[in-house]
Design a binder for this molecule. Structure first.
Ligand code: PLP
Length: 377
């Protein structure tokens, strides 16, 4: 049995999404810009699919642009926001626990003379609204704060922070990376009060290579790419109609079953934390996570890379932290100030609507065997 408990890294594509992609690739494969019927049918379907993703996100279709991934949306948001504010200043506020899709473009801007304030989280992995308020300056042009952290599952106070920022100056743009929040915790961009919001398909049972970007109505930003006029000229490139159809199909299943899915993941996570604590001596819960699909634990003194390999030998997939930081301790867990033995042993466990108790039991058995010295170590 394959035990896959690394759904914050990526998810198995659901049947509905795979069927939709196959249909578009083999039948509805026209280019939406072509004037003949095959192309116009693709253009019509594209708009229906946009409406489905926009409905799942809780925004207008006109505010939603398809991108290639979450990384593109994060990069676009940051570059467009600093261009938008270029006459006002060169200061940006973010958190120390963002994904590298936010931290790396900010590092590149720093090298060009921008100043970046990185808010540090408390021990539970949350940044404080007070620290944000104190970080704002006359020359601040952008605040980028993720909604759900990909390793901790903590929800950041985005709504409160966006309202603090807008009260300080409506000209400062607020971006949130909602890649791990989309369809897992309830929100709409308007409720959050953000200007820019980024999501990605492969975290919600759509294929890799498709994302969506929310840009608040009325906000005029520059594109990241230059080319043809697709996506109202803001994201040129022939639309990835098969991936978009799959993304929309996955969103429709969440729109129908989202409440059940979230309840199932939350129940399974509670079961996992209980079972692991019971079956694996010394296991520490690092963060139970606010979002229903992510939690992190540690086997202090058992390096997580070794544990991940030993679990893999038993057909169990979990992550030793973000898959993007292979080999070094994650900057997110490091920012929590954990003792070194705990930090080196951190594992992220993440669920999807298909995850089962049998998978959790197999993980617990595997970890208990490693802890007892029957495997690896
Ligand atoms: N932001 C967060 C919080 C993520 O978890 C990820 C994926 O790991 C990304 C951005 C990047 O998304 P993508 O893999 O679609 O580029």
């Amino acid at each position: 049995m394959m035990v896959y408990l690394d759904n914050a890294s990526t998810t198995r594509v659901c049947e509905e999404a795979a069927r939709a992609a196959l249909e578009v690739m083999t039948q509805g494969y026209g280019n939406p810009s072509s004037r003949y019927a095959l192309g116009q049918a693709a253009a019509k379907r594209l708009e229906e699919d946009r409406a489905a993703v926009a409905a799942a996100l809780g925004c207008e279709s006109s505010e939603l642009y398809f991108t290639s991934c979450g990384t593109e949306g994060d990069n676009w948001s940051i570059h467009a926001a600093v261009e938008y504010g270029r006459r006002r200043g060169k200061h940006i506020v973010t958190t120390a626990i963002e994904h590298s899709a936010v931290l790396e473009p900010l590092k590149a801007l720093e090298a060009q003379g921008y100043r970046v304030t990185r808010l540090r989280p408390d021990k539970e992995g949350r940044v404080s609204t007070r620290a944000l308020r104190e970080a704002l300056r006359e020359d601040t042009v952008l605040v980028s704060m993720m909604l759900v952290n990909n390793e901790l599952g903590t929800v950041q106070p985005v709504q409160e922070c966006a309202s603090i920022v807008k009260a300080y100056s409506p000209d400062i743009l607020f971006h949130t990376d909602a890649v791990q929040a989309f369809l897992k915790v309830p929100f709409t961009p308007a409720e959050l009060g953000v200007d820019l919001l980024t999501v990605s398909g492969h975290k919600v049972r759509a294929p890799k290579g498709i994302g969506a970007q929310y840009i608040r109505a009325g906000l005029k930003l520059n594109p990241l790419l230059r080319g043809g006029g697709q996506e109202k000229g803001l994201r040129p490139g022939t639309e990835a109609t098969a991936q978009i159809a799959a993304f929309a199909a996955a969103c429709r299943t969440w729109s129908e079953h989202g409440a059940e899915h979230r309840a199932h993941m939350a129940e399974l996570k509670a079961y996992a934390l209980e079972t692991l604590k019971e079956k694996v001596p010394d296991l520490e819960v690092v963060t139970p996570g606010d979002a229903p699909h992510i939690c992190s634990v540690s086997l202090p003194g058992y390096p997580s890379e070794m544990v991940v390999r030993a679990l893999n030998d038993r057909g169990v997939c979990v992550s030793s932290g973000s898959a993007c930081h292979r080999g070094k301790p994650s900057h997110v867990f490091a920012a929590l100030g954990l003792p070194k033995r705990t930090l080196m042993g951190v594992l992220r466990i993440s669920f999807c609507p298909d995850s089962t108790r049998e998978e959790v039991d197999a993980l617990a058995e595997g970890l208990a065997a490693i802890r007892a010295g029957r495997v690896g170590a």
